[in-house]
Design a protein around this ligand. Sequence first.
Ligand code: GLU
Length: 301
Amino acid sequence: MTGRFAPSPSGRMHLGNLWSSLLAWLAARSAGGRMVLRLEDLDPDRCTQAWCDQVMRDLEWLGLDWDNEPVYQSRRTPAYEAAFRQLEEKRLVYPCFCTRAERMAASAPHRSDGQAVYDGRCRRLTAEQREDLARQRNPAWRLAVPDRASSFRDLLQGMYEENLLRDCGDFILRRSDGVYAYQLAVVVDDAWMGVTQVVRGSDLLSSTPRQRYLLELLGCPAPEYGHVPLLLAPDGRRLAKRDRDQELGALQQRFTARELVGRLAHLAGLIPEAAPVSPEELVPLFAWETLPRRYIAMAPW
Ligand code: GLU
C-alpha cells in the first residue's frame, strides 16, 4: 500500500491542504503503507524551489513524514513526453488551435463543477486546415475520449460515473506553451511512484475518470481513490490561498502543531474533542467510516 502527498508549491499551504495531507497520511500509515511525496511544480510561472522547500518544512512541522526522495514534476518531462508519444501512437492525440475565447464558445453548458465540456471541433479539422492553422499559432494537444460510461467506487463518495465524451469532452494533455497538463503528469507519476491509494480533496473527484482512462490507455493499474470533503470557510465559501488567515504561516501564530492536528482530527470525527494530538497518536484511531463525506463548514477558530 502506497499513499502520496502531491502538493502544488505555488504558495504557502492552507488549512484545506493540511486537512487532506493529514488524512492521506493517516490512511496510508494506519494501513501500514508507505507514503511518498511529489511536488507538483509543473507550472514554472507559479512554482519555485523556495515554495517547494516551504511545503516540505510545513509537512514536517505538522508531523507528517514520507519515505522517498521527493519527486519534482519539473524534472520529469521526459517521462511525460514518453507517455504522450504512446498516446500519439494510438492516434488518440490531436492538435487544438482554439483560442481561449473559441474554447469557451466551443463548450457545451458547463458542468456542475464549473468546468466546460469541449465539443471537439478541432478533432474534425482536415490535415490541410491543421497545416494552415499551425502557421498562425502553436496548438495545445488534446486526447480524443470515448463515448462510453465508466464508473468507479470512491472510498468516501461511493459510486461515481461519467461518460467522458459527454460530461468532459476531449481534454488537454499538453498546453500550447509546451507544458504537460496536470492530468497526464499525475497519472504518469502515480504509476511510476507505485501509488496504490490516492487521498485528496473532493474538488478532484471529477478529474478521476480522466485519470483512470489515461491509466487504462497507458496499461497501468488504477489506484484506489478517497476524496475527502472540502473545508468551507465559516461563510460557506471554499477555502482558498487568498484566505490569508487560513494560511499555515498565520495559523502557526495561533496554534501549535498538536493543537492544529487536534482540531483537524476532531473535524474528521477521529477524536471526541479538539484536544492537542500528534499525527502519530492518531494512526490507531483512523477509520474511513468516521470521516464526514460532505462539505464541512467550519465554525470560526
Ligand atoms: N497538486 C494538486 C493540489 O495541490 C493535487 C493533485 C492530486 O492530488 O492529484 O491541489
